[in-house]
Write a protein that binds this ligand. Structure first.
Ligand SMILES: [Zn+2]
Length: 302
């Protein structure tokens, strides 16, 4: 693959990943990532846990990414699983306005359905109204069970609330859902899983069949079995299988940039004219180095 090809992974939970992952991603061409707020593998019991998590997505994690030359953005929202604790969910909704205007927040997300319960439906709709009022992009998590019905329902609810489908990214698609999503004018994102669900061989065929308009590839890498290099690996495989460079560039870079840059927070200039890496910098007195010698790019040495 052309070493100069730039990659954006618009769905990756870096808080659960290591600095080795950041290094490998940067080496593979990843210039920017978007970290959606999600659940942590076990349900939180207090609103303060949400607050600290959101604070890390707009504070520590962008700093950590910057130490490896990657620009970090995030989406803020109450995830579908934890919407089912209604008393806590009410408090989380009250918190969101404190975060949605922070400088690296590019959308409301990831929100939507998990088990498609009434509580999930209630909090999905509340957050869609919030997105509409703020004119913000929405990143939708679709259920892994009862996928097609859940995906269609997610889109119908967005339309019912008057959202422009061009401002809504429907994630976790597969061959069964992609046509429904594109036909309705929404943006279709695909999460590439290393062993199950949607794999990168299948992604190549999706792009071959449906083209590159409104299609986005992401890794959704988190604390589970997943691959933070899924997007660069898929880009490489697409090229090997004869997909055009233009289609690869759109699905692994440009479409994500177009979809998530609408509120003006995500800018290509952030990585085309980057701040150089200076690992001697600290965030609230902390570094990522654990005693190693910091990397300081030459132009930072005075
Ligand atoms: Zn996710």
């Amino acid at each position: 693959m052309d070493e100069k090809m730039m990659i954006i992974d618009p769905h990756v939970h870096m808080s659960s990943r290591t600095t080795d992952d950041y290094e490998a991603m940067a080496a593979a061409g990843v210039v920017a990532i978007i970290e959606p707020s999600f659940w942590l593998g076990q349900p939180r019991t207090q609103v303060g846990s949400f607050q600290d998590y959101y604070s890390s997505l707009v504070g520590w994690e962008p700093f950590r990414a910057s130490q490896f030359g990657i620009k970090h953005y995030c989406t803020i929202g109450l995830n579908s699983k934890e919407a089912n604790n209604e008393a806590l969910a009410e408090q989380v909704i009250e918190l969101l306005p404190l975060y949605v205007h922070k400088e690296n927040v590019v959308a409301i997300g990831e929100i939507g359905y998990d088990d498609q319960t009434p509580a999930e439906d209630k909090f999905f709709r509340i957050q869609l109204e919030m997105a509409k009022a703020l004119d913000m992009t929405v990143q939708v998590h679709t259920p892994h069970r009862d996928k097609r019905a859940g995906t269609i329902k997610s889109m119908e609810v967005c339309l019912e609330h008057g959202l422009d489908p061009a401002n809504v990214i429907i994630d976790h698609n597969n061959e069964e859902t992609v046509k429904d999503v594109l036909d309705r004018g929404f943006i279709a994102a695909f999460t590439i899983y290393p062993k199950t669900k949607m794999g990168n061989e299948r992604m190549v065929e999706v792009v071959r069949k449906f083209g590159s308009s409104n299609i986005i590839v992401d890794s959704s890498a988190d604390w589970g079995v997943s691959d933070p290099l899924a997007v660069p690996k898929t880009a490489s495989l697409m090229l090997k299988r004869g997909i055009s460079m233009e289609d690869v560039r759109k699905t692994c870079y440009q479409n994500a940039l177009d979809a998530f840059s609408k509120n003006g927070k995500m800018k290509e200039a952030h990585w085309l004219q980057p701040d150089s890496i200076n690992q001697s910098q600290l965030f609230n007195d902390n570094s990522v180095l654990r005693g190693q010698t910091p990397r300081i790019d030459e132009d930072q040495i005075t």
